[in-house]
Ligand binder design. Structure first.
Ligand code: NAP
Ligand code: GDD
Length: 412
């Protein structure tokens, strides 16, 4: 049975990857940071206490930090992984302008520390580096493995350094190291300050009467948004090939931030129009489905652009050329941008205790990601309060919604 080590296991991708590997029979080890509050929400539903369950635990968590080289060496040496998935990072682009040195320390140097821990341990696991389409920066779309890098943020510069370190350990020491150059990928587990989740979560709060306006930055950037669970499958696949290589993974489609906002609102029956100039623009409700007019009305300002959310240097447009991954890995994204918007809105409504339109949940069920458990947390009771439901209750909740929807459509 294979053993995998995941850095960043508590993040969006780490949680899906842990579930995928567990479903394949791996023993999974993950590094978590010490925090004054619980930070394992995304993986609690797959964790079994090794002290309590005889022989059943396949997921083991270890305290550690990418700033601590000694500990990384000890973990590699003791765990002796067959595969290392390096996902841990300060991953927020806007924040990297506020914390450039910290971002370099964790996102760039953290990778070197991990690679050195591997080299010094004498163990030779296969290594996945979570590289990013942000490295392409100012290079015009579509971007592929041959596109020259032109990073536009401290985050992108740090990721580029880490990318080259992975290449260097492959060339210098024969390490089986792969860079997955992944374009933006989202899900109901996406961090709440990334654009897509910020919008879908705010929309759900608005529909439950808890929020009036969402404050955003640049509406005119374009991104290639895909569905995170599909992307972690590609991480695994890269490490199963005969030769290590680097791959671009995306959908090949791009949409603007403005369009994402319009489409999320339109899905629940709210039409927007835009007023004002770039840095002070507003999204105003033109019309609203009668279902919501007790909380949202025509003329309401539901989006307000604020200069503080703009980045000192922006990446204007990212769109993946996925020819190589398609040819060599058989990559064909299943979840379209349209589905993604629906999945994210559906789940955020569900987390708010609202009845979602359901097309997104239905799409997810149709595609049959049997290894995904339903999102392990619910957001209820206000902007800052997280109240978790037992996993069984959540699954029941999702099933009930799906059944109700199917019934309504006469399919049951
Ligand atoms: P995420 O949700 O922000 O997760 C980041 C993970 O890194 C979390 O588990 C975090 O721990 C951990 N981490 C942060 N600082 C750390 C430190 N000092 N020591 C150890 N762990 C630390 O990111 P994601 O969206 O899952 O992305 C996974 C990786 O792919 C990241 O490296 C990201 O840069 C890269 N990537 C993401 C995308 C995307 O669109 N999602 C695209 C391309 C590349 P806490 O939970 O304790 O904060
Ligand atoms: N986060 C955020 N918040 N972004 C906003 C906002 C806002 O209020 N308003 C507009 N945007 C714009 C950003 O300027 C950017 O052009 C776009 O929305 C997407 O921003 P994010 O969702 O923060 O993602 P990102 O593209 O900067 O970075 C993500 O994708 C990278 C891959 O390309 C992160 O996941 C990175 O870790 C990842 O490497």
């Amino acid at each position: 049975m294979k053993v995998a080590l995941i850095t960043g296991i508590t993040g969006q991708d780490g949680s899906y990857l842990a579930e995928l590997l567990l479903s394949k029979g791996y023993t999974v080890h993950g590094i978590i940071r010490r925090s004054s509050v619980f930070n394992t929400n995304r993986i609690d539903h797959v964790y079994k206490d090794p002290n309590a369950v005889n022989g059943e635990a396949q997921l083991f968590l270890h305290y550690g930090d990418l700033s601590d080289p000694g500990l990384l060496t000890e973990l590699i040496y003791n765990i002796r992984p067959d595969e290392v998935y390096h996902l841990g990072a300060q991953s927020h682009v806007r924040v990297s302008f506020d914390m450039p040195e910290y971002t370099g320390n964790i996102t760039a140097m953290g990778t070197t520390r991990l690679l050195e821990a591997i080299r010094r341990s004498g163990i030779r696991p296969r290594f996945y580096q979570a590289s990013s389409s942000e490295m392409f920066g100012a290079a015009p779309p579509p971007q592929n493995e041959q596109t020259p890098f032109a990073p536009q943020s401290p985050y992108a510069v740090a990721k580029l350094y880490a990318y080259w370190m992975a290449c260097n350990y492959r060339d210098a020491y024969g390490l089986f190291a792969c860079n997955g150059i992944l374009f933006n990928h989202e899900s109901p587990r996406r961090g709440e300050t990334f654009l897509t989740r910020k919008v879908t979560r705010a929309l759900a709060f608005m529909l439950s009467g808890k929020q009036k306006t969402v404050y955003l930055g640049n509406l005119d950037a374009y991104r290639d948004w895909g569905y995170a669970p599909e992307y972690v499958q590609m991480m695994w696949l890269m490490l199963q090939q005969d030769q290590p290589d680097d791959y671009v993974v995306g959908t090949g489609e791009m949409h603007s931030v403005r369009q994402f906002v319009e489409d999320a609102f339109a899905y629940v029956g709210i039409e927007l129009e835009w007023r004002g100039q770039r840095q002070h623009e507003q999204g105003v409700v033109r019309s609203v489905d009668t279902r919501w007019n007790h909380v949202v009305r025509s003329g309401d300002v539901v989006v307000q652009v604020l200069p503080k959310y703009f980045r000192p240097t922006e990446v204007d447009a990212l769109r993946a050329d996925i020819t190589k991954a398609r040819q060599k890995l058989g990559w064909e994204p299943q979840v379209t941008y349209r589905d993604l918007v629906r999945i994210m809105v559906d789940y955020d409504l569900l987390f708010e205790g609202l009845h979602p339109p359901g097309e997104g949940i239905e799409c997810e069920q149709r595609l049959g990601y049997g290894w995904i458990q339903q999102p392990p947390y619910n957001v209820t009771g206000g902007l800052d309060s997280y109240q978790r439901l037992p996993v069984k209750a959540e699954r029941q909740l999702v099933r009930t919604i799906v059944e109700l929807l199917a019934e309504a459509e006469g399919k049951w």
